[in-house]
Design a protein around this ligand. Sequence first.
Ligand code: ZN
Length: 484
Amino acid sequence: MTMKYKTTIGMEVHVELGTNSKMFCACPTSFGAEPNSNVCPVCLGLPGSLPVINRQALIRTVKTGLALGSEIAEFSKFDRKNYYYPDLPKAYQISQYDLPLCGGGFLMIELEKGEKRIGITRVHLEEDTGKTLHESKSGRIEDAAFSLVDYNRSGTPLMEIVSEPDMESSAEAAAYLTTLRCLLRYLEVSDCNMEEGSMRCEANISVRPAGSDELGVKVEIKNMNSIRNLQQAMEYEAARQVKAIESGEKVVQETRHWQENKEVTIPMRSKETAPDYRYFPEPDLPPVVFPQELVRQLESELPELPPAKKTRFVEELGLSAYDAGVLVADKQLAGYFEECLREFPHAKTVSNWLTSELIGRLNKLGQHIGESKVSASHLVGLLKMVEAGKLSSKQAKEVLDEMVASGKEPSQVAADKELSQLSDSGELEKIVDAAIKANPDPVAEYKDGNEKALGFLMGQVMKLSRGQANPQEASRMLKDKLSG
Ligand SMILES: [Zn+2]
């Protein structure tokens, strides 16, 4: 994109809270159940049914607000957002309008040029809609002969996090979503699985000539179901708007749909504004009074969050900022690392073996650390064998290959492969003695001050031991004997 234009992006992220039951009824929220099996009169919107607020959903939303530095409202309420669509059986969605649970806050994102603060406008709670399945090969409504509605998702607790329009590029938008997802996973409020739709994002994007204070017309982009999609869509849309302005067309305020296969955005509908929804207070629910005591308790129970953990890994464990960043970016990976440290407190060694050796091997298999057959205690077992000189690091990598494939214990793998290093001084001494005896000339040269002769003798020791001598140990022993 040319430097003549500035891009402005704000994001709305919807997160399905991983509660056991739905927002206003006791139906389960499990993903992938038989269509229309997890339903009841409340989430089907049958007349006369009454909603009851899910306490766990309120708590998870407040936790999120606390982690984002939001103000937690002592008094908030639910409102009806009125619109008609087949996947919305009540013809209104229970949401929050003017008094959300959490207001304000920020999220720090890391960019190549340093950190940037992205403002949070609000975090509120609402219910999800059902799912409309368009029966066609493309799954798109325009190709479908008919559509089916599955109400299993109807009424699932949905938290909406609205950002300020503080992002200025597709890379910043991607960094924001990545950082937010990481935070929510630390808080254990959702699995944030974008493929299954438990985390969904919409972006408002506009462009304006550089130097102009007035924001351009904003366009809302939907249907970006991965961080890569978001980045591509933002790039495409910014370029499309610039092209429109430059050719004298008007950018229309509308909602556009990201079409992944064609890598374009297409118009969906003209953008609704708040009055279109005729918001009014939900008469079937009491206002939410969230005690400050409970807020303080939840605050004290927050886990160590990624920025604090990263700082600790750097300052207390001596890791590089890069390595600490890699470990902290994934809650399970950070947990695995810390589990290793409890038995083997050498942070740099563990970090190196974990991030380059183990993760490298898992990536090749398409496995996440959570699916790894190598437990933290087995990895530690391997590192202890290296530390004790029982395995060279080259041998240890060979052992790790097998551990990743079979999940076997390191000492078992080493025994099966007959991999070991000779550190036992009795046996090693015999070999060192033999090497000295068989090579009187190099021995004499070394004693005359030729350091290079030691290298030759070491080579002989390695050869006699068939590569199994522990080099440090053998070298120390050779020097001892030759100087004695
Ligand atoms: Zn229900």
